[in-house]
Write a protein that binds this ligand. Sequence first.
Ligand code: ZN
Ligand code: ZN
Ligand code: ZN
Ligand code: ZN
Length: 302
Amino acid sequence: MFMNVILFFFAYFRLIIHILCVRDGLRNQRLVRQPSLQENAKTEETGEAEIINSFLSLTLLDPDVLECPTCCEPLKIPIFQCDNGHLACSLCCQKVNNICPSCKLPIGYNRCRAIEKVIEASRVSCPNAKYVCQEKTAFGNPFKHEKQCCFTPCSCPISDCNYIGLSKDLINHVRAKHKNDLNLFVWDTPLIIDCKKITLLQEEKDGEVVVVQVFSSSRGLTLTVSCMSPLTSKLGRFSCSLKFATSTTRLKQTLMLKEIQKVSDEHPGEGFMFIPSYMLPSTGNLQMGICISRGQDHILHA
Ligand SMILES: [Zn+2]
Ligand SMILES: [Zn+2]
Ligand SMILES: [Zn+2]
Ligand SMILES: [Zn+2]
């Protein structure tokens, strides 16, 4: 059975997973490497065998093979099999009343230890590995890290530019390639900007890239202010105040900057400023006052 499973993996696996040799089920194993002749002499002197960290990389050609065929979720231990070798997770065994959905034989009584061992010993590289993230997560549980990975790349907000990179590289990219589209700003210093569908701002010294987006509808304009930044759990890094004034009206709104990796065309559900169409200038030009600060200053003192 174990050999069948291994052959199965080599035939179908598409994702690259790192199968870390695991000792005692959970800890990284340190393998005793066969010493070379020179090392043998040294080993004889010291009386110690050299121990090195080691792992084997496999390529999954079909990641579905590590999913429960019934619920399509990543297989979690305990994993059961029927007498024909069909797999099911423990929840599905209950759901199907211990009858194998594939062959109708009983299922839920025999564990599939071979697959359990493979899953226990597997580590999945972070999708941002190409952006140097070294994190590897246990199979079936990658999402916690992905939501906080500080190596999540950001896409350039300029619509006809396809650049994607780490936020620190986006800072340089924007400086070098979009100089003419940039509104430079300084923390805590008010600035007047001509708002287009996407308006690009960059902090003069720190280089932080901020995007003001305008979404139009028949009722008026919706504005959001976002910072191009990787997914992190740090909340409330930046806040801003937005001002809109005509000869008769004055609107002011304070917002926390959203941290985004890509601009979206979807109308925001919250965290926006709305300007009704009857207030908008007939010229179509939208001039806004904006002041951006680090931290939550604008919200706290609003
Ligand atoms: Zn299942
Ligand atoms: Zn079966
Ligand atoms: Zn990562
Ligand atoms: Zn660009």
